[in-house]
Design a protein around this ligand. Structure first.
Ligand code: ZN
Ligand code: ZN
Ligand code: ZN
Length: 74
Protein backbone atom coordinates (compact mmCIF):
# COMPACT_ATOMS: atom_id res chain seq x y z
CA UNK A 1 0.00 0.00 0.00
CA UNK A 2 2.65 2.49 0.97
CA UNK A 3 4.33 1.80 -2.37
CA UNK A 4 1.20 2.90 -4.17
CA UNK A 5 1.20 6.14 -2.24
CA UNK A 6 4.82 6.78 -3.07
CA UNK A 7 4.18 6.04 -6.71
CA UNK A 8 6.76 3.26 -6.89
CA UNK A 9 6.24 1.38 -10.14
CA UNK A 10 5.12 -2.25 -9.85
CA UNK A 11 6.89 -4.83 -12.00
CA UNK A 12 4.58 -6.41 -14.60
CA UNK A 13 6.32 -9.78 -14.17
CA UNK A 14 6.76 -10.33 -10.42
CA UNK A 15 4.28 -7.72 -9.15
CA UNK A 16 6.83 -6.34 -6.73
CA UNK A 17 7.83 -2.68 -6.47
CA UNK A 18 10.70 -1.62 -8.69
CA UNK A 19 13.07 0.16 -6.35
CA UNK A 20 15.96 0.95 -8.66
CA UNK A 21 16.19 0.86 -12.46
CA UNK A 22 12.80 0.67 -14.06
CA UNK A 23 12.03 -0.27 -17.65
CA UNK A 24 8.85 1.20 -19.11
CA UNK A 25 7.53 -0.96 -21.92
CA UNK A 26 4.24 -2.44 -23.14
CA UNK A 27 2.43 0.07 -20.96
CA UNK A 28 3.91 -1.41 -17.78
CA UNK A 29 6.95 -1.06 -15.58
CA UNK A 30 9.51 -3.87 -15.22
CA UNK A 31 12.63 -4.72 -13.30
CA UNK A 32 15.47 -4.64 -15.85
CA UNK A 33 16.09 -8.35 -15.21
CA UNK A 34 12.38 -9.18 -15.54
CA UNK A 35 11.75 -7.55 -18.88
CA UNK A 36 12.56 -10.52 -21.06
CA UNK A 37 11.97 -12.01 -24.50
CA UNK A 38 8.64 -13.90 -24.53
CA UNK A 39 10.34 -16.79 -26.33
CA UNK A 40 13.81 -17.30 -24.83
CA UNK A 41 13.18 -15.34 -21.59
CA UNK A 42 16.50 -13.55 -21.81
CA UNK A 43 16.48 -10.06 -20.31
CA UNK A 44 17.06 -7.23 -22.76
CA UNK A 45 19.16 -5.14 -20.36
CA UNK A 46 18.63 -2.04 -22.42
CA UNK A 47 19.07 -3.76 -25.78
CA UNK A 48 16.58 -3.26 -28.54
CA UNK A 49 13.38 -5.25 -28.33
CA UNK A 50 10.50 -5.83 -30.70
CA UNK A 51 6.87 -5.70 -29.69
CA UNK A 52 4.03 -7.78 -31.07
CA UNK A 53 0.58 -8.52 -29.65
CA UNK A 54 1.52 -7.16 -26.24
CA UNK A 55 4.65 -9.28 -25.95
CA UNK A 56 8.28 -8.36 -26.30
CA UNK A 57 10.82 -10.36 -28.29
CA UNK A 58 14.53 -10.23 -28.94
CA UNK A 59 15.53 -9.54 -32.52
CA UNK A 60 16.25 -13.20 -33.24
CA UNK A 61 12.89 -14.48 -32.07
CA UNK A 62 10.88 -11.63 -33.46
CA UNK A 63 12.30 -12.38 -36.87
CA UNK A 64 11.84 -16.10 -36.38
CA UNK A 65 8.14 -15.61 -35.59
CA UNK A 66 7.14 -12.58 -37.64
CA UNK A 67 10.06 -11.49 -39.74
CA UNK A 68 9.74 -11.38 -43.46
CA UNK A 69 13.35 -10.37 -43.98
CA UNK A 70 15.70 -13.29 -44.46
CA UNK A 71 18.93 -12.94 -42.47
CA UNK A 72 20.83 -14.74 -45.20
CA UNK A 73 19.88 -12.68 -48.23
CA UNK A 74 17.73 -9.81 -46.86
ZN1 ZN B 1 10.15 -7.96 -11.30
ZN1 ZN C 1 14.46 -14.42 -27.66
ZN1 ZN D 1 16.98 -16.04 -47.94
Amino acid sequence: RCHDLLGTPICGACRRPVEDRVVHALGKAWHVEHFVCAKCEKPFYGHRYYERKGLAYCETHYNELYGDICFECN
